[in-house]
Design a protein around this ligand. Structure first.
Ligand code: ADP
Length: 286
């Protein structure tokens, strides 16, 4: 993808399977929004091939649009409406796209229940808190029962409780409804909890892809083993935690308590991967 003379995406190639939850991570300016907007059909690409639900988003029609759902970073319209009225109105647009296999829209009561807004259904939207507002944004994104849902930083500004509830909603959508989900986030913990696969984008290129465990294996980092023995706490870094623990237990058996093995956190892995991509580029400039 090129803006003017500036290539901002280059060699971004990936496939997403039905029902998968994919998380796009990357520093600001890496190209996440551009990638997502091309897939959503909101931005025309300058080159390359894209197929989403079997069609090119740049040319796809309303039938295709009805099969996708988009949760943008924020939606601030209709402050004096109630969630019920807004969802009812928006849902109406999807009714013509209902099929025997996929009933559209999701009935409003079911939708309100899914996002935890039942109690607030008849309250003015302007009175909702940030987290409640965001849940309404998600409800708007899924009112048409999308097969593919795009979520752009869905939990920015959530408190831990709202975040947890949102994560349960994502699991429900992917596990029970079979929704394919592509989300961007800056929250690495969220990526680890939600994603079947993480794509790390840096300077317009995918620098790593895989589950959190697979990414961990790409970064040569030792795991940390912690344990206590006779009231004393020990910490040891090792590349082979299993062998170390086996030996530890062989040697000290039942004296060992509070055993814990921690692999490198996704944060450490992420910083390593993005850094190792950026370093060679910086060196060339010098
Ligand atoms: P991210 O979402 O990862 O922060 P973006 O996709 O927004 O990254 O941006 C990627 C790059 O493209 C950045 O260098 C940004 O400045 C540039 N860019 C984004 N939108 C435009 C635009 N409309 N015109 C020119 N450059 C743009």
């Amino acid at each position: 993808m090129r803006y003017g003379a500036h290539d901002v995406l280059d060699g971004v190639e990936f496939e997403v399977h039905r029902g998968e939850v994919i998380c796009l991570l990357g520093p600001n300016g890496a190209g996440k929004t551009t990638t997502i907007e091309i897939l959503e059909g909101f931005r025309m690409r300058s080159a390359g091939e894209v197929s989403v639900l079997g069609e090119d988003p740049a040319r796809a029609g309303e039938d295709w649009r009805a099969r996708t759902g988009v949760v943008l970073q924020s939606w601030r319209d209709h402050p004096r409406w109630t969630p019920r009225r807004l969802l009812d109105q928006l849902g109406g647009y999807f009714a013509p796209y209902s099929t025997p296999e996929v009933a559209r829209p999701v009935p409003v009561d079911e939708l309100l229940e899914m996002v935890g807004l039942t109690e607030l259904a008849d309250q003015k939207i302007v009175t909702l808190s940030g987290g409640q507002r965001r849940r309404l944004d998600v409800a708007i994104g899924i009112v048409g029962r999308p097969e593919l849902l795009f979520l752009d930083e869905p939990t920015a500004g959530f408190d831990p409780h709202a975040r947890r509830e949102f994560h349960q909603l994502v699991h429900r959508l992917s596990d029970l409804e079979g929704t394919t989900i592509l989300l961007t986030t800056h929250d690495l913990d969220e990526a680890e909890k939600l994603a079947d696969r993480i794509l790390i984008l840096a300077e317009g290129t995918i620098v790593a892809a895989g589950s959190a465990e697979q990414l961990a294996r790409q970064v040569a980092r030792d795991a940390e083993v912690r344990w206590s023995r006779n009231g004393e706490t020990f910490v040891h870094s090792t590349a082979d935690a299993t062998a170390f623990v086996r030996e530890l237990l062989n040697e000290h058996g039942e004296d060992v308590t509070d055993l814990e093995v921690r692999r490198a956190s996704l944060e450490v892995i992420y910083i390593d991967l993005v850094h190792s991509h950026e370093l060679p580029a910086r060196e060339t400039i010098r």
